[in-house]
Design a protein around this ligand. Structure first.
Ligand SMILES: O=P(O)(O)OC[C@H]1O[C@H](O)[C@H](O)[C@@H](O)[C@@H]1O
Length: 427
């Protein structure tokens, strides 16, 4: 992963090179703290050891013997977004769908669109108790039974040591992959959670983990020596100066899901104790024609992260004799996209708007391993600098408990009372 922070300096938010120099001592301390956490496999920090601790053979074994047309991953948040990022980015012939939401219309349409007799279901929940995931799985299971398909032959469970899902796997003797200890869901893309789908879709897991290991090797006690820390420290420094939004804008359709994965990682890890930065999802070049106006000329409270591969397959633009368009002929879509990328970067910089460039060599297994690991390490570093508890998500729990209470699955009377009190309906 390559990170260029030049355009984060001397913009409207006033971050100067000397500020980063002054921050670098804290980066060194944070790096030591992170290294200690990794050495002791502490909760959360253990995720940064996945390049060495993840066993790709266990994942290959679980996937062996299946040759489906469709993969239905049933999971939500960190139990879906890592796998979705990988399979979307890497492509391939397998039709990979992700049942994360519980919108009944959408779930029904997905089930109607796949041949269940040629579908593998991977039900993923670290806790094994998430209502959305378990409900969706019960619906899928019933649909398989109705279609005369033996769901026990086509289901792989990925879960932690206990919980309802583990009990179900034991009861039906289903193949089960373990979610490793100490790895929170949003940091689990490079574990069994994200890699089963990738393996089934034909990805090279060794190359993915090698990419992640290469990025791990680049972690060092200075932000100027580690791309991941350069990103984490710069975004933190900008947030402290008022960059409340981080708009992540990949210039590759295949990385659109990456921005979604990043949004959970960034928001859930860092949004605590009045800290954090709102992740916004954008896509280059499409959103140049939609969101860029705001990023260049709206409030000076944002950072734009421009992400792209350095190399990609290309398509030539045919010659044309249409007046005014001849400059396009003989060029290529890749060259146009590159020009759009650099123009956006220059346009933001010229307006004093901070942006950071993040690049990978290609959108392939190695590049994705670097990118996902690098962004996880950047998040952990930011969390250390901000002094927040990066690996917890207490604010999510209130809503989860409330939903359970409203369904009668728990005691949470406040939820009803609060929602009634706040109603101000206008017809
Ligand atoms: O994997 P699970 O235990 O089902 O959790 C799925 C998701 O649910 C929660 O609400 C957490 O906030 C997320 O961090 C997590 O990724």
């Amino acid at each position: 992963m390559y990170v260029d922070i030049g355009n984060a300096l001397d913009g409207d938010l006033g971050l100067a090179r000397e500020d980063l120099d002054a921050l670098d001592g804290r980066v060194a301390d944070a790096h030591e703290r992170i290294a200690r956490g990794r050495a002791d496999s502490e909760h959360g920090y253990a995720a940064l050891n996945l390049p060495e601790t993840c066993d790709p053979d266990a994942i290959r074994t679980a996937a062996a013997g299946f040759d489906p047309d469709h993969l239905l991953t049933v999971g939500i948040g960190g139990s879906a977004l890592g796998a979705a990022t990988l399979t979307d980015a890497l492509g391939g012939d397998l039709d990979c769908r992700y049942l994360d939401n519980v919108d009944p219309v959408w779930v029904a349409s997905i089930l109607a669109g796949v041949d269940l007799s040629s579908t593998v279901v991977n039900v993923v929940s670290r806790s094994g108790t998430t209502a959305e995931t378990l409900s969706n799985f019960l619906v899928v299971r019933e649909a398989m039974e109705a279609a005369g398909v033996d769901w026990t032959e086509r289901t792989v469970v990925t879960t932690g040591a206990s919980g309802n899902l583990r009990a179900m796997a034991d009861q039906h003797d289903l193949p089960a992959l373990d979610v490793p200890d100490g790895v929170p869901g949003r940091f689990s893309a490079l574990s069994t959670v994200g890699l089963f789908a990738a393996e089934l879709a034909g990805a090279d897991l060794d190359a993915l983990l090698a990419g992640a290991a290469a990025e791990a090797d680049r972690l060092a006690g200075s932000l100027y020596e580690s791309p991941a820390y350069a990103y984490g420290a710069t975004t933190y420094a900008l947030a402290e100066r008022g960059a409340v939004t981080n708009a992540v804008m990949p210039y590759a359709e295949s990385l659109e899901r990456f921005a979604e994965w990043f949004a959970q990682l960034w928001a859930e890890s860092l949004g605590k104790d009045e800290h954090g930065q709102t992740p916004a999802r954008a896509l280059g070049a499409t959103d140049q024609h939609s969101q860029l106006q705001l990023y260049r000329a709206g409030p000076a409270d944002k950072l734009v992260t421009l992400v792209r591969p350095r190399e990609a397959d290309d398509v030539a633009i045919p010659e044309t004799d249409l007046e005014g368009l001849s400059y396009l002929g003989g060029s290529s879509l890749g060259e146009l996209l590159d020009a759009e990328f650099r123009a956006t970067e220059a346009s933001l910089a010229a307006a004093g708007r901070e942006n950071v460039r993040v690049e990978l060599d290609r959108v392939d297994e190695h590049g994705l391993g670097e990118l996902l690991y690098g962004m996880e390490a950047a998040t952990v570093l930011y969390g250390e600098l901000a002094g927040v508890s990066t690996f917890t998500q207490p604010a999510v729990e209130w809503g989860k408990n409330a939903a359970r209470g409203l369904l009668g699955g728990g005691d949470f009377p406040e939820a009803d009372a609060v929602s009634e009190k706040r109603r101000l309906e206008v017809e």
